[in-house]
Design a protein around this ligand. Structure first.
Ligand code: 13P
Length: 260
């Protein structure tokens, strides 16, 4: 367990993956705005399909308490990369965050640690806040390699950033075996992995590590959200499937958080 404490409000984020085009996105936010009143003690972010970003921003209207982001960017600012979008394009379209290195990108699309590092740097260059996802497979967990894997993924990114830029990123610990399986990490498992990451962040940037939120993701539901959010070292939640339903996600977004 890490001895370091953290100093920010929790971040509760939804990752819609490849769900909801512009029409369904408008419908979602119409319902979500009613179901979730603004809360000052947390940050809410939705990672939308890029094509639904404009509809999401329109749907949110005056709800400045809620941010949107994209799920992936290319590391180059422009060029002959058919099908890709750059960080700058996402920013221009209204995104303020981007996921980087989600396990589905790493495992289904072959994204490497080095590419993730370039993407984090490109996001920061464009003014987007990157959420770097790290996490081990079941095989790696059974082999006792959780710390090795998540630190390798973090170190690859830290290696391309000067230390003063590292506190501008967020981390998400998402064990691959917990994603979409209905089997969440226990709060204790999450705390242990978050502690490993926090200790490394402290080595890299000292006391500034306290300001870097580390989110947990993997089968977060309304009935386990509070326990995971209360777990030592867990600064927020990254929710997949359960973020697709407006009233269900409104309940998760409103999870009570401990007083600062
Ligand atoms: P689930 O919540 O559907 O397990 O997905 C987690 C995830 O991958 C969020 O990025």
């Amino acid at each position: 367990m890490s001895e370091w404490t953290t100093i920010h409000t929790p971040v509760i984020a939804g990752n819609w993956k490849m769900h909801k085009g512009p029409v369904a996105t408008r419908e979602f936010f119409h319902a979500f705005r009613d179901a979730y009143p603004p809360h000052e003690d947390r940050t809410i972010v939705f990672f939308l399909p890029a094509i639904s970003l404009t509809a999401g921003i329109e749907g949110l209207g005056d709800r400045a308490d809620i941010d949107v982001g994209v799920q992936n960017i290319h590391w180059e600012p422009q060029g002959a990369f058919t099908g890709e979008i750059s960080a700058r394009m996402a920013w221009e379209a209204g995104a303020r965050y981007t996921l980087v290195g989600h396990s589905e990108r790493r495992h289904l699309f072959g994204e490497t640690d080095e590419q993730c590092a370039l993407k984090v740097r490109a996001a920061l260059d464009a003014g987007l806040t990157p959420v770097l996802c790290v996490g081990e497979t079941l095989h790696e967990r059974r082999a006792g390699r959780v710390a090795d894997v998540i630190l390798r993924q973090l170190d690859a990114v830290a290696g391309v950033l000067p230390p003063d830029r590292i506190p501008r990123i967020l981390l998400a610990y998402e064990p691959v075996w917990a994603i979409g399986t209905g089997v969440n990490a226990t709060p204790e498992d999450a705390s242990e992995a978050h502690g490993v990451l926090r200790d490394r962040l402290h080595d890299l940037v000292g006391d500034a590590a306290a300001a870097i939120p580390i989110l947990y993701g993997g089968s977060v539901k309304v009935d386990n959200a509070a326990a995971l959010l209360r777990a030592e070292g867990v600064d927020g939640l990254l929710v997949g499937g359960a973020s697709l339903d407006p009233s269900g996600f409104a309940d998760i977004a409103a999870t009570p958080v401990a007083a600062a």
